[in-house]
Design a protein around this ligand. Structure first.
Ligand code: F3S
Length: 389
């Protein structure tokens, strides 16, 4: 694998122990995937932040890096943690969990990582341009960057993203190469899919059908940042899809000559929705997977305003939380028994340990992960229905 003089210096330890270890990780990865060289990345999004998913071994690994004096070289953002840094007591997060979570957050922040704690950096203005190379980790963020923005990223693991942040490089393979960004499945959507809820269900279904391939959709209406976020997140969760195209919506559309075709009809989507539902009654409604935009929080505030008390938790980025606070949406929601939390989400927070068992969601990704990560029974429905019952 070709390395520049500077990359060689990093590998030889001339830039310190942390950069050396980081370069070792990247070179090993590059060799596995047959990369010919490293490429610079303009930003990094690091996952592996919740103590729930990292555990003591992960905490030790990150603290070790921080102790070596690791510092990020390019703008680096971070995924949700296991709790709201300011309001974890209100969430009911156990004390021991919180203490370890704070250590993990502090270790990351000591490296110069911007404490965004969000899986939707694109909602807070972090939007790499068409063709820009980045190294992002969280699967919905990766899907959004590749598909909706046309940036280039593989789905990085926690260590490889951190290594990219410390060196400013990533090995050139996978979705960084144009030849690997060509769709091989044409998905003809033969029914009306225009709401977020339907986009999420479609994503859950198509992800399962195409498993890791690159789908290109025809027949979708109302494709925008929010609907595509729900589609991409669900497809990434059910089928590890990191890139997709939508005719006349995504900035790129590339289809192989010998593509396969699948059709999706209303019956298939209905069945998918039925299978996602495992309970009729819920203890809590959780919104914000991926993290809610300001418009989505406004919608919750408007929907909740007229009805009775509702235990709804909305998860978002701190920057958006602050805007929602300013606009009065947080107050409206919290006056009706809801909460708006930042820095975390329903999947990476320890919901089960907090005594919660049955959750209502409008997200295909949350419906997929909550049963396994947090032992939840799920009611999957659209936001209006969830909030009106
Ligand atoms: Fe984000 Fe948590 Fe969903 S990290 S995509 S809100 S599982």
């Amino acid at each position: 694998m070709f390395l520049t003089k500077e990359e060689e210096r990093m590998l030889n330890g001339e830039h310190g122990e942390a950069a050396q270890k980081a370069m070792e990780i990247l070179v090993a990865l590059g060799k596995i995937y047959g990369a010919e060289k490293m490429i610079p990345v303009s930003s990094v999004q690091v996952a592996g932040v919740s103590y729930k998913t990292m555990g003591d071994a992960g905490l030790e690994f990150i603290e070790e890096f921080a102790c070596m004096g690791a510092k990020v070289k390019v703008p680096t953002f971070i995924n949700p943690a296991g709790m709201d840094k300011m309001r974890w007591k209100e969430m009911g997060v156990p004390e021991e969990f919180a203490q370890k979570q704070i250590r993990l957050m502090n270790a990351y922040e000591s490296m110069g990582i911007t404490p965004t704690y969000t899986c939707a950096p694109y909602h807070i203005g972090i939007r790499p341009k068409l063709g820009e190379h980045v190294a992002w980790s969280e699967s919905n963020a990766v899907s959004f960057a590749n598909s909706v923005l046309g940036a280039r990223t593989n789905r990085e693991g926690g260590p490889s993203a951190l290594a990219a942040a410390i060196t400013g490089r990533t090995p050139e393979y996978g979705l960084h190469l144009d030849e690997n960004r060509i769709a091989n499945v044409l998905v003809k959507v033969k029914t009306d899919v225009s709401t977020r809820f339907m986009y999420g269900a479609l994503g859950a279904l198509v992800g399962k059908m195409v498993k890791g391939k690159i789908p290109a959709f025809e027949g979708l209406e109302n494709a925008n940042d929010i609907t595509m976020k729900y589609l991409g997140a669900a497809m990434a969760a059910s089928g590890s899809v990191a890139l997709y195209y939508i005719k006349d919506a995504t900035p790129e559309w590339k289809l192989k000559e010998d593509y396969e075709t699948i059709e999706v009809d209303n019956k298939m989507i209905k069945e998918t929705i039925e299978n996602m539902n495992t309970t009729e009654d819920t203890e809590i409604i959780t919104i914000g997977c991926p993290h809610a935009s300001l418009e989505e929080i406004e919608e919750v505030a408007n929907l909740i305003k007229e009805g009775g008390m509702k235990k709804v938790w909305v998860f978002t980025a701190r920057k958006i939380y602050e805007k929602a606070l300013e606009k009065g949406y947080v107050k409206t929601i919290e006056n009706k028994g809801g909460k708006v939390f930042a820095d975390t989400c329903m999947v990476v927070a320890p919901l089960y340990e907090m005594g919660i068992r049955r959750t209502g969601v409008n997200s295909g990704k949350a419906a997929k992960y909550l049963p396994s990560f947090n032992k939840q029974k799920i009611k999957y429905d659209n936001i209006k229905k969830l909030l009106s019952e």
